[in-house]
Design a binder for this molecule. Structure first.
Ligand SMILES: [Fe+2]
Ligand SMILES: [Fe+2]
Length: 162
């Protein structure tokens, strides 16, 4: 299902970035779920933390590593530093969710969801366009890596292929 707030359809992306862009749909959905759960009772908040932990294991950790490996070298050092720094912050939150059996506070869930959404929107609006401007040829040469992402991560595929 298309997220109406997602203003940068992956179809406009360079083919090598499309699998990562498609995974952003899942990321935005997760971000919304975390923020909504912030208002819920303890069981709802605990479940949201489990969703975050599950998403980390199934998709986010590998997605972040691929962005740093594929996109990082194509952008300015300041953008690369921001990419890595935000990934580490989100990783800390995912690890807290994995390691802590208690339900997180609503404030923590709200903050985590907002951080994830802001990160994805920055990537779609600024980072990926910068990579496309700088790295046309480099992106063309990533077919094998992109094939691996496509093969290993269902969220990176076109909806009808999942
Ligand atoms: Fe990212
Ligand atoms: Fe991303």
């Amino acid at each position: 299902m298309t997220d109406p707030r997602f203003h940068n359809p992956p179809l406009k992306r360079h083919p090598s970035l499309q699998p990562l862009s498609r995974e952003h749909y899942n990321g935005l959905t997760l971000a919304r779920q975390l923020r909504e759960a912030a208002l819920g009772d303890e069981a709802v908040r605990r479940r949201a933390a489990e969703q975050l932990a599950g998403a980390w294991a199934e998709e986010l950790e590998a997605h972040f590593a691929d962005e740093e490996f594929l996109v990082g070298p194509l952008v300015d050092p300041s953008d690369r530093a921001r990419l890595v720094e935000e990934h580490r912050s989100l990783e800390r939150h995912a690890r807290m969710a994995m390691e802590n059996p208690e339900a997180p506070s609503g404030e923590w869930l709200q903050q985590t969801g907002a951080m994830l959404e802001r990160h994805i929107r920055w990537e779609e609006r600024e980072l990926f366009p910068a990579a496309e401007r700088a790295g046309g040829e480099a992106l063309d040469g990533m077919a094998a890596e992109v094939e691996r992402i496509h093969r290993d991560r269902p969220g990176s595929r076109r909806r009808q292929e999942q």
